[in-house]
Ligand binder design. Structure first.
Ligand code: SF4
Length: 430
């Protein structure tokens, strides 16, 4: 039952050496502010203050829905026209807004100043503002800054930038610990921790932590595993602090989860019998849950527009566990060190593309005529109107999809639109 991570598990060659089509044209993605929606739920004593325009405030409101009962843990300090024209001292106004916020919300222990397109256009230095405000409010509140602007390439970069911003101020340790990096829904995080504890791996630390008091320390004996493939800057920041990455396929599907756990188990010297005993039952459950959808997915083709940065691990899952045929796998960035193990397992065949030139890619998608297209919200409706079946990439990030117990739900996210299409087609021809 052990899995050899050093080579693809089947006779097919992987995609690690496949030439990548690089495009730098117009792109259709959300900005990094979107990450605030899941980050503010995860970090329960944090507040995200976007320094932006009314557009930014509207994006957040629309993406987060209306909160009636809870005081939100995010907001927008709106730059007015006079700020944009450089007529007001935006720093003084920001300090005033932060003072007012912290006075009203003494529960805030971590404050993130989140840059936007407008704050970057007027070159408002939020890093210096964060330093100044951190000194003023220490030790009760730590202030960080990062960019969530649409000038960056895609929406999952918001989480990466947020976590990377936290790394330099994490405490120093020489302890040998496993840091698990990436914001997961609490229920999924609990499953991950439970599996690792049953394997006897630890001590375990989480980044982000649910509360600032539980933030991990880092040092030369820290080993870290990423749960999300879009954490390239955080990966680099942790390495700069001396921590070492455990490379593995990402924990999507039964195979990905097993490979991810196996890499950690190997690092911590877990014997194979224990590994098999802990993982056998959830592996079987995951396989069964995926099989319930594989009948709909097997033999179908799929085309990924670059969006969530989850594309390569998901294509690997869909090809190997669900029998789909990826035609093009587009990703905003291809971080080879992080995605190498998934590329090894992705059967060769699809076009791999990095970045986007949306018109050219739409032409390729039309020519490929896939059964299912994964894309951003902006492209989904036009493609549906042309008769293509689509899935919104952003749902893959908002839904719990990691580890064994979610493997069936992950497959369902792809089978549902195909089933719906089949029902509509049958209804139309009846
Ligand atoms: S950060 Fe930029 S792209 Fe994002 S909502 Fe604000 S103006 Fe729009």
């Amino acid at each position: 039952m052990s899995l050899d991570l050093t080579a693809p598990a089947t006779a097919t060659r992987g995609c690690r050496e496949t030439p990548v089509l690089k495009e730098r044209g117009q792109r259709e993605v959300f900005c990094g502010l979107t990450g605030i929606i899941w980050l503010h739920r995860k970090m329960q004593d944090a507040f995200f203050l976007v320094v932006g325009s009314r557009t930014c405030a509207h994006l957040l409101q629309a993406a987060a829905g209306v909160m009636i009962f809870a005081e939100p843990r995010f907001g927008t300090a709106i730059l007015e026209e006079k700020d944009l024209a450089g007529l007001a001292d935006a720093n003084a106004e920001l300090d005033r807004e932060v003072a007012r916020l912290l006075e009203r919300r003494p529960d805030i222990r971590q404050l993130f100043l989140v840059g936007s397109c407008p704050s970057e256009v007027i070159k408002l230095d939020l890093a210096r503002a964060a330093e100044r405000l951190s000194a003023r409010n220490a030790p009760h509140v730590r202030v960080y800054s990062y960019s969530g602007s649409g000038i960056e390439t895609t929406f999952t970069q918001g989480e990466d930038a947020c976590l990377a911003a936290m790394v330099p101020s994490l405490a120093q340790t020489d302890a040998r610990e496993l840091m698990l990096v990436g914001a997961l829904p609490d229920v999924v995080e609990d499953q991950m921790v439970d599996l690792l504890q049953k394997l006897g791996v630890g001590p375990l630390r989480l980044l982000p932590a649910r509360r600032s008091a539980d933030l991990p320390a880092v040092g030369p004996n820290t080993v870290f595993a990423l749960t999300q493939p879009f954490l390239g800057d955080t990966h680099a920041a942790l390495q700069r602090r001396g921590a070492r990455h455990v490379a593995a396929p990402f924990p999507f599907g039964e195979e990905g989860t097993t490979a991810w756990l196996q890499a950690i188990a190997r690092e911590f010297g877990v014997d194979q019998a224990r590994f098999d005993a802990v993982t056998a039952a959830p592996r079987a459950r995951a396989r069964k849950a995926v099989a319930a959808h594989a009948g709909t997915l097997a033999g179908k083709s799929i085309f990924f527009f670059p969006d969530s940065q989850l594309e390569i691990p998901l294509a690997r899952f869909l090809a190997r566990e669900c029998g789909m045929t990826p035609l093009e796998v587009g990703t905003p960035f291809l971080h080879r060190e992080l995605l190498g193990p998934d590329l090894d397992l992705l059967p060769e065949g699809p076009v791999l593309s990095e970045g986007q030139d949306v018109d050219l890619q739409l032409d390729r998608q039309a020519a490929a005529a896939p059964d299912l297209t994964i894309c951003g919200l902006g492209l989904a409706n036009p493609l549906e109107s042309r008769g293509f079946t689509t899935k919104w990439a952003i749902e893959l990030v908002f839904s719990p999809v990691h580890f064994y117990e979610q493997a069936g739900d992950l497959a369902a996210l792809f089978s549902r639109p195909l089933r719906r299409k089949a029902i509509l087609t049958a209804g139309g021809s009846a």
